[in-house]
Design a protein around this ligand. Sequence first.
Ligand SMILES: [Zn+2]
Ligand SMILES: [Zn+2]
Length: 361
Amino acid sequence: MTTARAATLVGPERLEIREYPIPEVAPDGALMRIGLGGVCGTDVKYYRGRIDMPYPVILGHEIFGRIERLGSEAARIHGVAEGDRVVLKGSRGCGHCRDCRAGAPRFCPRRTAYGSRTSAADPPHLFGGLADYLYVNPDAMLFKVGDGLSDEAAVLCGSVMANGYQWAVLHGGATFGDTVLIQGPGQQGLACTWAARCAGAARVLVSGAAADADRLALCRAWGADAVIDADADDVVEAVADFTGGAMADVVVDVSGSPDALASSVAALRRRGTLVLAGLTGGGRRVPVEIDALVWNEIRLQGAFTAGSTALEATMALVEATGFDVASMVSHTFGLDDTELCIRAVGGEIDGMYPVKAVIRP
Ligand SMILES: [Zn+2]
Ligand SMILES: [Zn+2]
């Protein structure tokens, strides 16, 4: 093969499968053959133009594949060999800016941002995971995948499952005996349910809309003690009933719904922690009762991705326990159906509402 297909966003709601030449691999570069690319709600926001993008951009930031070609220096940089199965997640950044020096390269303006903020305009072009191939820059972070993990498990551990651990446990502090409320029963809510359960939470509650009945049932299978239909029942009252008035120690709001914020705050006990991880897009603003946060000493933590510690811990735990993370995958599409896949994830396609969709190019 001399060309690679890639799902390229050229403007809001303008997605094209473009062909790019397969690039030469520089000594510090590598070429990855994509095995699976995950699609999440953020891709829907990119597609709809609700987040600024340097068009054209190849989508796909949940990336699993195999190292096909490896430059002589890249083997040393990444500690991998040709043929290795790897997850690509995030970037080391430039190493010199204030964010990089503070240990937060995910904010580095000079990092390679696969599937989002690195344009496909210039060679080697291939900076997104919804494609046949991807070009590995020297700052990319690669994680070797153990033989005990399926392709599906690998791509999920590198994205949504690591988020669950980062948000519910590392940010939220969920631990033995806690009551954890998760607002939003989609892929991120499922992962947070699993993580809170693994961390020793005594009670895990998940809320969702009436239309989410299937997802809520899956949350129960993944360890939730109770689920709340937020269209039929008041979420705050339900938490009060379930906890005898003690309320939640941790709320993880992955709903992406501005309307959920008020109940997320009200469902917390004093000194509880609210982790806000669902993007709403489009610069949405929501009124919040400030005094409720002040009086109750609520800790509010924004969270947009998982770090490498979360990813490696998640991979290790899933591989060791054999937990069936792949049961989250409800839909697998080919690359030519990327637009359909993203619109389905966004809830635009009648009769098709994936819990987790992946693309196998
Ligand atoms: Zn994602
Ligand atoms: Zn930097």
